[in-house]
Design a protein around this ligand. Structure first.
Ligand SMILES: [Zn+2]
Ligand SMILES: [Zn+2]
Length: 398
């Protein structure tokens, strides 16, 4: 019986898999070199099947999709092997270096893709020099070198590829049933770098009382960026009105009276009274008088802090007054020490500038602001005394 080369290999692998484990045999580098050498064989093999047109017999359009289906790979991985197989036909030095374990398969992939991308300008590919880079640099550094080489050799092609990539940008923003927003997207390199830089700066931890995870800090940074842009009043107007968010609630609801419906943000989902109180610290109020669901009167819109008081407050506080906070005046908003909803006046002695994070820490986080003379003290919520609430039909826990 004639044994094929592939059967011999299968036998060897099977023997290897059934060996008695010996820790002194463990040598990941050698193991990887063997796998990479087999990757070379695989790439050459699929290339030969492509040339013989075996994929056409099966009615598939491309060789990559046929290989993907036959070998249980993704189409991208299959296309990758085909590219390597084709390029290595003429890059014999690279093929030898891969077979001998001198360079890894991933590095060879980077070189082969570069050569393929260069197309007619493939003669500019200096095999000896690029192989030298592959020996010297890590895979990720080699990929950068290949990108750079591509740009030098073929600026137009590079531009076209970059434009192709640019078309993939997208951003989805959708509200979920619990009121949270899901955000998912891909940004182009310039917008992405700008976005990351801005978010990273705003997402730095704010001191020992900041218990947020890095993910939460980044999410807050995005909110802070958006609110800042709106509050600066420099965004383009929409229907000749400054962009803003709407909050609708009853006066009783704002005062936190029991049994009163909570506030609605953007006329959709309810928000908590504490959050509504925070928003009321700095907003434009319009009184709308309703009777039997009919609007019978709309009062004049007024700010909870008037423009002259706001100017004086900005001069006095110059930024968030929470100790150690770095947010400047443009990144801070007024807080009513005695809440506006509880009758606190919008006058300088009752106001303090706080940033987005520290304003939230006071309202939702239960911190207390105490004014003593010209200074402000911030007291953490008393964690010892637990408030207990009892709803209808609930008994006190024993
Ligand atoms: Zn406030
Ligand atoms: Zn602050």
């Amino acid at each position: 019986m004639i044994t094929s080369a592939l059967s011999t290999l299968e036998g060897a692998v099977s023997d290897f898999n059934h060996r008695d484990l010996d820790p002194s045999d463990d040598d990941p580098k050698r193991m990887r070199a063997v796998i990479d050498a087999l990757e070379l064989e695989f790439a050459s093999m699929v290339r030969r099947t492509q040339q013989r047109g075996e994929h056409l017999v099966c009615g598939n359009i491309t060789a990559a999709s046929w290989i993907a289906r036959t070998c249980g790979m993704s189409v991208t991985s299959a296309a990758d092997r085909l590219c390597v197989g084709e390029q290595l036909e003429s890059l014999t030095k690279v093929a030898t270096a891969l077979a001998s374990g001198e360079v890894g398969y991933q590095s060879v992939t980077a070189l082969c893709h570069l050569r393929e991308q260069l197309g007619e300008k493939g003669r500019l590919f200096d095999e000896e020099e690029m192989l030298g880079f592959a020996r010297e640099y890590s895979v990720s550094e080699l990929r950068k070198i290949c990108n750079y080489a591509r740009h030098v050799a073929d600026p137009d092609g590079f531009f076209n590829d970059a434009e192709e990539c640019f078309r993939r940008r997208r951003l989805h923003i959708s509200q979920m049933s619990d009121g949270l927003y899901a955000v998912d997207g891909v940004l182009d390199p310039v917008a992405g770098a700008a976005f990351k830089t801005a978010v990273d700066v705003l997402a730095k931890p704010k001191g020992p009382e900041d218990e947020r995870t890095p993910k939460q800090r980044r999410a807050d940074a995005v909110g802070e960026l958006a609110l800042h842009a709106m509050e600066q009043g420099t965004l383009p107007r929409r229907h000749s009105v400054k962009p803003h968010i709407n909050l609708t609630m009853t006066l009783e609801g704002l005062k936190g009276e029991l049994g009163v419906p909570p506030a609605d943000l953007e006329l959709s989902l309810p928000i908590s009274t504490r959050t509504a109180e925070r928003i009321a610290c700095d907003c434009t109020m319009s009184r709308v008088l309703m009777a039997d669901s009919m609007v019978i009167d709309v009062g004049r819109a007024t700010r909870t802090v008037s423009a002259p008081t706001m100017r004086a407050l900005r001069v006095r506080d110059k930024g968030c007054r929470f100790p150690g906070c770095d947010r400047q005046v443009n990144w801070s908003s007024p807080h009513h020490i005695i809440y506006w909803s509880r009758g606190g006046p919008g006058k300088l002695p009752n106001l303090v500038l706080l940033c987005y994070f520290h304003h939230r820490l006071v309202h939702e986080g239960g911190w207390q602001v105490i004014k003593s003379g010209r200074e402000f003290r911030f007291l953490p919520p008393d964690r010892v005394v637990m408030r207990r609430a009892r709803g209808p039909g609930m008994r006190w826990a024993a």
